[in-house]
Design a protein around this ligand. Sequence first.
Ligand SMILES: [Zn+2]
Length: 298
Amino acid sequence: MLEISNKNTEEIILSAYRSRIVVPAFNIPFLPMVAPIIQALKDTGKFGLIQVARLEWIKFGARSLEAVAEEYRLHSSVEHTRLHLDHIPVIDEDGQRVDFLDDLKKALDSGYESLMVDGSRLSLKENIEATSRACDITHKGGVPIEAELGAVLGHEAGPLPPYNELFSSGKGFTDVNQAKRFVLETGVDWLSVAIGNIHGAVSGVFKNQKKVPARLDIERLKEINAALGIPLVLHGGSGIQPKYIQEAIRNGIAKINIGTNIRQPYVKILEESGSTDKAQDAVYEAVKDVMKNELGMI
Ligand SMILES: [Zn+2]
């Protein structure tokens, strides 16, 4: 059981890490999803983060980071929720440079309580440079920051290579020695790792497809956790086989991102019924389902 009261996000994630508990972080591609997610957390007595990634306001209906913060404040609960900024890429999914420092500053001004910078499309050296600058700004703002090392695929346009091929090659997986250097040189608080997890597709026809049931390289995770000793984050949490998730939580994963599992029911029911209320009900049920059946939290 996680003690929340007035703790800040840094303390909450650290205590989850030490107690081997996971904090789910729910993505917001559409503003009406905020209310049912928070309601489900309140009704089950659980804690979670509400988060938005840049591509969710660029390619989906989240509008802006400010709009999500505003919607969040209408429903938030000090016992059950905190607000997190997910992926702010240095190079975006279409290969364009992003003014990432500007987005991070805006998020601090809008009351985000933790941030993420994603330099994973850069070389190690460039990723360290960009992440260090992001850490400076974020820490001056008094909040923790997450970064990514290794490539959690799935946001790019087009289909992924066959999953089994991807997994057995270990291509793009987080390297232990690089991770050690990265954390030491940047001062990042939490690290998103690539160990077989993939993002749900977000582009074109692929975004409605069922995700492949991903596996995780638990041995690799154990090595990373032993080398770093900081909270680790698992992106692409939807569709990972539950036995791997439980092993991952025991070995350093303190935050898990949930996107596809709650976005797809929202979009499907909205398209079928034309009713935002019904789509929100579907999100409420999906959140409870994920916490029970995938995360084993309830
Ligand atoms: Zn992600």
